[in-house]
Design a protein around this ligand. Structure first.
Ligand code: HEC
Ligand code: HEC
Length: 203
């Protein structure tokens, strides 16, 4: 009684208090529902946007089970019999760096000049970090396994997506090459959400 009289005096009108409580209650219920639908109900869905980027040609053309990098959206074997080499940097006299520079070729060199970024190479023969051709579940398991992802925990994975120069190249590929379905910022956000949720994988 004491309290509500005080409130009545403060607000002058009991309906205003009622309305505020009602709105607060509604917004709590609504945000709870939102969390259940968007975050809680389908954690396995959190990987799908990441998958759509990893398996885009700009990314998967280097993340291959074979030893010849792939080119174009069709994933054709790299021209001139370019091969991985043990360390991923190419074969003697055919090192990636003999053609691929630290940045994309000048546009004046045409659409088919070599693209470039710092440390342009494939993963090593010992740990190929394959993305191409895997089911969503298998890709997810590979991505979060430190034995296969280069010893990275969730935070290091986020850092790799946000800072690595080869990853960044995927959104600045030069020529008329197509881009992954999400922007780089959207991808980093998606990886953060997935890591925060405990890196759930689809069934
Ligand atoms: C020119 C080849 C090349 C391209 C293109 C490329 N990568 Fe990679 N990627 C590598 C190499 C080499 C490594 C290993 C380097 C390391 O461990 O630091 C790697 C490692 C990774 C890793 C960490 C290993 C793992 O399996 O989790 C992730 C994640 C990754 N790349 C994502 C991407 C994404 C996303 C794109 C496209 C936007 C991309 N890469 C494009 C060569 C490439
Ligand atoms: C003799 C020169 C040469 C060497 C050596 C070479 N490349 Fe290339 N690479 C090119 C050229 C030129 C292109 C662009 C072709 C085009 O767009 O028509 C290209 C394109 C690519 C692409 C295509 C990107 C895409 O998404 O379409 C990848 C990936 C690639 N190279 C990886 C490598 C790797 C990894 C190595 C070393 C193991 C390597 N290349 C060695 C000349 C070379």
């Amino acid at each position: 009684m004491q309290r509500s009289r005080l409130e009545n005096r403060q607000h002058g009108n009991i309906w205003s208090t009622f309305l505020k409580r009602c709105l607060l209650g509604c917004s709590l219920v609504c945000s709870g529902l939102y969390a259940a639908v968007v975050i809680g109900a389908e954690p396995a869905q959190l990987f799908e946007p990441i998958r759509s980027v990893l398996q885009h040609p700009r990314c998967q053309n280097c993340h291959i089970p074979g030893d010849q990098p792939l080119q174009y959206d069709q994933g054709k074997p790299h021209a001139m019999l370019v091969k991985r080499g043990l360390d991923g940097k190419g074969m003697p006299a055919m090192e990636c760096s003999s053609c691929h520079q630290e940045k994309n070729s000048h546009p004046a060199m045409g659409l088919h000049a070599p693209p470039g970024a710092p440390h342009w190479q494939l993963p090593s023969a010992e740990n190929k970090m394959v993305f191409i051709g895997l089911s969503p579940k298998d890709l997810c398991m590979v991505l979060k396994d430190p034995a296969k992802n280069g010893g990275r925990d969730g935070q290091k994975l986020i850092h790799h997506f946000a800072e690595d120069k080869l990853v960044a190249w995927g959104w600045n590929p030069g020529g008329n090459r197509t881009l992954p379905p999400l922007t780089k910022q959207q991808t980093v956000t998606a990886v953060k959400q997935w890591v925060d949720a405990g890196m759930p994988c689809p069934a």
